[in-house]
Ligand binder design. Structure first.
Ligand SMILES: Nc1ncnc2c1ncn2[C@@H]1O[C@H](COP(=O)(O)OP(=O)(O)OP(=O)(O)O)[C@@H](O)[C@H]1O
Length: 699
């Protein structure tokens, strides 16, 4: 492997000056377009069409407004002499038909920037990475694609410079340095579930977020339906929070599985045992059967209409019930009620006809009853046949009056009552007999464990609540307000997303997987994770096991193999830990070395607080301007927080998932390894630093 060719000083300054000129031109064009859009946005929308247009323009405006840092970051020189600049957004010259001034990184024309190699140069002579700070071009890295460079990395110089930068505590975009294997996943088909396995630091989060940005760019329907990004914790969402807006995305909802139900929040921690039991796939059929058992049974229904009683026979009711079977409870009731209105209207008409027949035989009083039953006004009976039969409009009018009649609605409500998801689930989870009936796979001690901890809601209850709400068909009305589609989607439990991206997907229980699929019935799902980092209570050790119950065999695997975060010196420590975790996988290959050997110090428990404070102080000095994080066994976190400054993050291994710092202080690694799934936790903890790892081992 060889570094990119260095430009000599003179050539470099000429190249920088050339790119500066281009950047100035692109910036001026962007500003002009943004001004133009802002002016358009100042008009008031008078109708829905105009509102939709303005929403689209606002989205474009936001995208342009945010495309400041790194507006232009790449350039492709073709063998035929053509030049294309690649940037954060696409820009056209004033002349709408002309060549684009700047190619959006997500456009097909930009793809060779990420995929061209010396072996397959895709018609290119050279790839150039342009480094900028604010509005100034500060450097260029040229990569000839003529075979003189043999690295398998794309833009190695720019990549290594990006990886060596101090960490800020917030993730940044990687559009200028995405690697080939990452780009392949980012632009992969989105028609079914894609499950991406990658070891620590292989860019799974980077890939998931850039894929979301790509899909929203490439598929208008996804932009209209919004995309859901699921992460493991609020802290993680905060960490990634600025990446998507920086990529210009306003159609994304970021959430954890715990925060997906509007108005419901998790109120307590729970034991691993209970979390494991409640995460099992068996709950889905159990809840389906439970809710189905609450449907009314067929019987004769005796309805009163305008003083007369009408009996709808049980067989007719059974038929109507069969016709709505399989629909959510409340939706089934709505359709059944409509049928009932028809059936009753028919019964009224039949009775009227029967009475008419009798009337023909001369019963005047019967005529009066008929008129009463139909609200019949002889003067307004223009539509009636002369023989007394009702016209179609009159029958429809009758049905309408039945449908709007409060007494009929009360009758249906009593026989087929409205149910509340929370009450229903609580009833089930507190009743051992019901649990034994609907979840017969649970052992007696498991049922007892469930019944013992009913309230408040814990994390594992959320997917159960979601399932019940879904089975009830709680159709929360579509929210009209909200400027961007994400605002509307966020407020609606039953929103159907265009795509769902799940990060740290190895942690999902089977019931959480159900929750994901419910939000995207088309199964356009990207799940990224590392099965070897799984710490959740479920017992899955392979992706096949993890997704089988919900996705079956219909998912596509993909893999990321290069570790960008953690330096080689630290990755070398992880192999034995991975073995102890029971994995047969190899740790990913580190792309770089930091030149800093990991260190370890042994301290007594009494010395721990002071030793940790001293170690953090030194690390902070060394990584001035960057970040230092402390990871410890969960039962030592409070003690360490008390010993360290307030602004030092002290987290358990599980809490550190997905995060990174320039330097990590790992406290009591044996204590971490001793916990449930402890070796997996230690694997996570070891791989959080981008530069330096220190360990305090307890004597
Ligand atoms: N192509 C890239 N260019 C620049 N930086 C990259 C690239 N790919 C990954 N990185 C950086 O490497 C680090 C690790 O990436 P990321 O967090 O996406 O990895 P991950 O696979 O999700 O890790 P983990 O599973 O350990 O949380 C981040 O700092 C990210 O910005």
């Amino acid at each position: 492997m060889r570094r990119n060719s260095a430009l000599d000083n003179g050539t470099a300054s000429a190249a920088i000056a050339e790119e500066q000129e281009f950047l100035d031109q692109a910036t001026a064009r962007r500003d002009k377009l943004a001004d133009h859009l802002r002016a358009e946005l100042s008009v008031e929308a008078l109708d829905a069409l105009e509102r939709a247009r303005l929403r689209m323009l606002r989205q474009q405006y936001e995208e342009l407004r945010r495309a400041t840092e790194g507006l232009v970051f790449g350039r492709l020189d073709g063998l035929d002499g053509t030049v294309r600049h690649i940037g954060r957004v696409g820009l056209r010259d004033d002349d709408e038909d002309g060549e684009p001034l700047l190619v959006d990184w997500r456009a097909p024309a930009a793809r060779p920037f990420y995929t061209a190699t010396a072996v397959d140069p895709k018609g290119l002579a050279r790839r150039r990475h342009i480094r900028t700070t604010g509005s100034a071009v500060v450097g260029v890295d040229d990569e000839p694609l003529d075979g003189t460079i043999t690295t398998d990395l794309v833009g190695e110089g720019a990549l290594l410079a990006a990886l060596d930068q101090r960490r800020t505590g917030r993730m940044s975009t990687a559009i200028s340095t995405l690697q080939r294997e990452q780009d392949d996943i980012i632009r992969a088909e989105a028609s079914g579930p894609l499950v991406v396995q990658g070891g620590p630091g292989t860019g799974k989060t980077v890939v998931a977020l850039h894929r979301v940005a790509y899909l929203l760019f490439a598929h208008q329907t996804m932009a209209e339906q919004a995309v859901l990004v699921l992460g493991p914790s609020p802290r993680f969402l905060e960490y990634i929070g600025q990446v998507l807006p920086a990529l210009g995305e306003t159609a994304v909802v970021a959430a954890t599985c715990d925060t997906l139900l509007p108005g419901i929040s998790v109120g307590r921690d729970e034991s691993r045992t209970l979390a494991e039991i409640k995460g099992r796939a068996l709950w889905q059929p159990a809840l389906e059967n439970y809710v189905a058992s609450l449907l009314p049974r067929p019987r004769d229904l005796k309805l009163r209409w305008e003083g007369e009683f009408y009996v709808i026979p049980a067989a007719t009711v059974a038929q109507a019930l069969a016709a709505v079977r399989g629909r959510p409870y409340h939706r089934a009731r709505r359709v059944f009620a409509e049928q009932l209105h028809h059936i009753l209207a028919e019964a009224v008409v039949d009775q009227r006809e029967a009475l008419m027949n009798e009337m023909e035989e001369g019963f005047e009083d019967i005529l009066a009853r008929v008129d009463r039953s139909m609200h019949y006004d002889p003067g307004a009976a223009a539509g009636s046949d002369v023989d007394g039969l009702l016209s179609e409009e009159e029958v429809e009018d009758l049905r309408q009056r039945i449908a709007e009649n409060p007494a009929i609605a009360r009758f249906v409500e009593t026989w087929w009552p409205t149910l509340d998801a929370e009450t229903l689930l609580r009833d089930l989870l507190t009743d051992g007999d019901l649990l034994a009936r609907f979840a017969p796979q649970l052992a007696a001690d498991e049922i007892a464990a469930v019944v013992a901890e009913p309230a408040p809601w814990a994390s594992s209850d959320i997917p159960l609540l979601d399932a019940v709400a879904d089975l009830l068909g709680d159709g929360d009305a579509p929210q009209q307000h909200g400027e961007f589609v994400a605002d509307r989607a966020r407020r609606q439990r039953s929103w159907v997303y265009g795509h769902v991206a799940v990060d740290e997907a190895q942690e999902l229980s089977e019931m959480q997987w159900h929750m994901v699929v419910r939000r995207c019935p088309s199964r356009s799902i990207t799940a990224v994770g590392d099965i070897d980092q799984a710490e959740a209570a479920h017992r899955h050790t392979s992706w096949a096991q993890a997704v089988q119950a919900v996705l079956g065999d219909r998912w596509t695997p993909a893999e990321l193999t290069i570790c960008y975060r953690t330096p080689r010196e630290v990755m070398d420590l992880t192999e034995p830990v991975l073995r102890r975790a029971g994995s047969h996988n190899a740790p990913p290959r580190a792309v770089r070395a930091s030149g800093i050997s990991p260190w370890q110090r042994t301290v007594t428990p009494a010395e721990l607080g002071d030793a940790a404070a001293e170690a953090v102080r030194r690390l902070r000095e060394r990584w001035h301007g960057g970040t230092v994080g402390v990871i410890a066994p969960a039962n030592r976190v409070a003690e360490l927080r008390a010993a360290l400054d307030d602004d030092v993050p002290v987290l358990s291994a599980a809490q550190s998932k997905g995060l990174e710092w320039d330097a990590t202080l790992l406290v009591d690694p044996d204590g971490i390894a001793a916990g449930p799934r402890g070796w997996n936790g230690l694997y996570v903890a070891l791989t959080r630093c981008t530069q330096e790892l220190g360990q305090l081992v307890l004597a």
